[in-house]
Design a protein around this ligand. Structure first.
Ligand code: 26V
Length: 831
């Protein structure tokens, strides 16, 4: 940006803020509240961003067919954006200007206090949703022509409260103070149909037999845009979120009869679509409303894509060449069926032409191997809601199975296994179901996992048959995180230190971090690093004190596990270690097992459990019970504290991660697809204690395995042990320490003498232990002792922590997106 442009931008931010604040004050005169100031600041930024949006669209629309750059359409049911103001100001380079505006017009309130008032946009459950948000940041940064498509949920991820140690959920009314960032696009509005029936239509020349979908209810999809700025250019990316409203909001006949319930039926049905983000909860997954949300997202997004493509090129024949449609997990897997419907039924293309376009455009990322998370929907539900899509899926399946028959003649078992329709026998029940992963794979030209091990396991396990049929289709693209939010914004102290040592370029080219590796042994840098870490830990300690009333020692080792609560992530293993340590402190208060002083530790856990996931909720309760006992035991003092921070989310993560010394990434090997929290911690100078799982493996390889505390069975070991017959009881009987821990949980030590409260946990670990905590316990405790030993030598610890930072250059989402462009979205990936 030139100097005159900068001056102009400054001036326009100042005046836009002044105008927006005046508008706020006309509604609520007096001293403006921080919320009013926040809204005014957001409006001011939004107007500047919209100018950038308009010029970005102009550039992209004129990209032309001669040098075609494919536009990427990232379809995702979740975008976990967090707060926007701090990021927007940093990207625009206007933080100081905004503070000046606050000084002049808003009584000198501190910008930091205003930023803190912004509610998180928590329109996602966890890793998959946050990854989508990091990707939007990288789309902008790389200048990639793109649209992120999602839903405009009224209520995001539920708010977690804790009552008597138990999780209680309440609605996350994130828009109650307004939605100052969004921009409505009144001209981007499309009808989406549900229900009805399919009729033959001889005037419809496209599809053989000419089919047309009629009747049912029609819901209108209205576009609202959220603009995501680049930090090193004036490009932006777009998150387009669909809002549903009825095409027929009042049934006047019913209204005149006085039947208001009937009169508002359509409005209520439309509202339901915007209502709430589904929690990652397998027992809820069969709900019809979720399928409607998925279909709504897909149909509105593809109609938007087609309309734009026709505006730009006037033909659909090159649609597949110029557009990539990416499925973020199977949630938008209806996309190929809907695209076929639009092309064949509405735009009169032949089946073959439409199928070619669809296969060129569509690609799919798998984010989990957990069998319960693989979506399937009853055929019955499709018949009622999406009858035309069901016909199309049958036809896609027919063509696909013919191809399989030609490749593997006579293999009927294979046909049953790979069919897009599950005929029912495998489930025990007889209901036929649509397998969304099968549909996604068959309709895609590329399928990828999110870390090397995970991509390998996809090919070897859940997708093995498809990988044999189509070996070239399967790839890996390892996840990454945006350094703008997860280092520059979250950790100004470390950012300043890095700027002084290696310059500011790492924000755009994270690989620059490797330069700091050469300085890791430097005593002065180590001291500066420690000072930054200490300051971040003091901030977190203050937060813990205000939130929980617990006083923790900022000099203690901050040992952190923050993520969704799930058995496979093994928060329970962490808690077992806390109990073992507690018992060891009581047995020998003055000396640790190695004869030296105890290393004081603060164990921090945070995360939400799906509302119907009883075991996960019980684990939260156990954590609270153990914390109560340990934290109030005068014999322990600050040698050990356990704190559970409620209502985990993006903003809380931004405070916790920079303060961590130790990052817990302890999933059973082979279960965590990638992890991205692991990357954020290492980037902020925490050392990982982790299993050989997900992206931990590639991180260890990048930084040197000696810079990580690796423990436990590997994926093959887990497999082998399961095949041989795993008996967790043997581990408990053989290990006195483990036995004492299990006994304490079982005898009510942490449940006021009630042996029943945690019966389910003890029984499960003793008799089933599907995630092999018992097998990994001893090695985990041994790794924790190595952690203590290193932490006692603060220089050696800091050196390794700095080497962690230096090793993270490859884990930027910019690199991830560059790989998607090359391997998944580019023309030359079409084969
Ligand atoms: C499943 C369902 C099923 C029913 C309704 C709502 C819902 C929402 C989410 C999911 C699956 C979530 C899968 C997921 O988040 N996977 C995580 O993806 C991260 C990004 O690739 C990755 O780093 C994590 O390892 C992986 O667990």
């Amino acid at each position: 940006m030139s100097a005159t442009e900068r001056t102009r931008t400054r001036a326009s931010l100042q005046s836009a803020f002044k105008t927006a604040l005046a508008r706020e004050l006309s509604q609520a005169p007096g001293t403006p509240s921080k919320e009013a100031i926040l809204r005014a600041a957001a409006h001011a930024c939004r107007d500047l961003l919209n100018e950038r949006w308009v010029s970005t669209q102009q550039q992209d629309n004129q990209r032309g067919e001669a040098a075609p750059v494919r536009r990427v359409h990232y379809l995702s049911m979740e975008f976990l954006m967090g707060r926007a103001l701090g990021n927007a100001l940093a990207a625009l380079g206007l933080d100081k200007v905004m503070q000046e505006a606050l000084d002049q017009h808003a009584g000198g309130v501190a910008l930091g206090d205003v930023i803190e008032r912004e509610p998180d946009a928590a329109l996602g459950n966890g890793g998959l949703g946050r990854l989508a948000a990091c990707f939007l940041d990288s789309f902008a940064e790389l200048g990639l022509p793109s649209f992120g498509y999602g839903l405009r949920y009224q209520y995001g991820m539920f708010a977690q409260g804790i009552d008597g140690g138990r999780q209680v959920e309440s609605p996350d009314d994130w828009m109650r103070m307004g939605a100052p960032w969004e921009i409505i696009r009144p001209e981007r509005r499309y009808p989406v149909r549900f229900g009805g029936r399919v009729v033959s239509d001889s005037s419809n020349a496209g599809h053989a037999g000419g089919r047309r979908w009629v009747g049912g209810e029609v819901i209108m999809a209205q576009a609202y845009d959220f603009i995501v700025p680049a930090h090193h250019s004036e490009r932006v990316s777009t998150l387009r979120q669909w809002h549903a409203s009825s095409a027929n909001p009042i049934d006047f006949q019913a209204f005149c009869r006085g039947d208001y319930i009937e009169a508002s039926r359509h409005r209520v049905a439309a509202d339901a679509l915007n209502w709430v983000l589904y929690p990652d909860d397998s027992t809820e997954a069969g709900r019809e409303l979720r399928l409607k949300q998925e279909a709504f997202l897909v149909s509105a997004s593809l109609q938007d894509l087609i309309a734009r493509h026709l505006r730009e090129y006037g033909t659909l024949l090159n649609l597949g060449k110029l557009n990539a449609i990416h499925l973020n997990d199977t949630h938008p897997a209806l996309a190929p069926a809907e695209l076929m419907r639009l092309l064949v039924d509405e735009h009169a293309l032949s089946w073959d032409a439409a199928w070619k376009i669809t296969r060129q455009a569509v690609s799919y990322t798998n984010h989990t191997l957990m069998p319960e998370a693989l979506e399937t929907w009853p055929v019955r539900m499709f018949e009622a809601l999406l009858p035309r899509h069901l016909e199309i899926i049958y036809e896609i399946n027919h063509h696909f199975l013919e191809e399989v028959k030609a490749k593997a003649p006579g293999d009927t078992a294979l046909l049953r296994r790979v069919s897009i329709i599950d005929e029912g026998s495998e489930h025990g029940g007889n209901e036929r179901r649509v397998r969304m992963a099968a549909l996604s794979i068959v309709a895609s030209h590329r399928v990828n996992g999110v870390a090397k091990l995970h991509s390998d396991l996809c090919v070897q396990t859940i997708f093995a048959d498809y990988a044999c049929l189509y070996p070239d289709r399967f790839h890996n693209v390892t996840n990454g995180v945006t350094p703008r939010r997860w280092l520059a914004q979250a950790n100004p102290g470390l950012s300043n230190l890095l700027d002084a040592e290696i310059g500011r370029g790492w924000r755009k080219n994270l690989a620059d971090l490797s330069k700091v590796g050469k300085l890791a042994g430097d005593a002065e840098l180590q001291r500066a690093f420690q000072a930054v870490k200490r300051e971040n830990k003091e901030k977190l300690a203050a937060l813990i004190r205000t939130q929980l009333g617990t006083v923790v020692n900022p000099a203690s080792l901050f040992d952190v596990q923050i993520k969704r609560i799930h058995e496979y992530k093994r928060q329970l293993l962490n808690i077992l270690h806390v109990i073992a340590r507690y018992q060891a402190i009581l047995a020998s208060p003055n000396k640790a097992p190695d004869g030296l002083d105890w290393v004081p530790r603060t164990v921090v856990i945070a995360g939400k459990a799906a509302s119907a996931y009883h075991m996960a909720k019980l684990i939260i309760q156990l954590a609270h019970d153990v914390a109560r006992v340990v934290n109030s035991d005068p014999r322990v003092g600050d040698k050990l504290k356990l704190v559970y921070l409620p209502n985990y989310g993006v903003s809380l993560a931004e405070t916790i991660i920079p303060a961590a010394d130790l990052s817990e990434q302890i999933s059973t090997a082979g279960t965590e697809a990638s992890g991205t929290g692991n990357m954020k911690f290492a980037l902020n100078g925490a050392i990982t204690i982790g299993t050989w799982d997900g992206a931990n493996i590639e991180m260890a390889e990048a930084m040197g395995v000696l810079n990580m505390f690796v423990f436990g069975l590997r994926a093959e070991g887990v497999q082998k042990m399961k095949q041989l017959g795993y008996d967790p009881k043997l581990y408990i009987e053989e290990n006195r320490q483990l036995k004492a821990v299990m006994d304490a949980i079982g005898n009510g030590t942490f449940s006021s003498g009630d042996p029943e409260r945690y019966r389910a946990i003890v029984d499960n670990l003793t008799h089933r232990d599907g995630y092999m905590l018992m097998a990994d316990f001893a090695d985990y405790v041994a790794a924790q002792s190595r952690v203590d030993a290193l932490f006692r030598q603060s220089a050696a610890w800091s050196e390794r922590a700095i080497r962690n930072v230096a090793g993270m250059g490859w884990f930027s989402s910019d690199r991830t997106i560059a790989e998607y462009v090359e391997r998944v979205w580019s023309l030359n990936s079409l084969g």
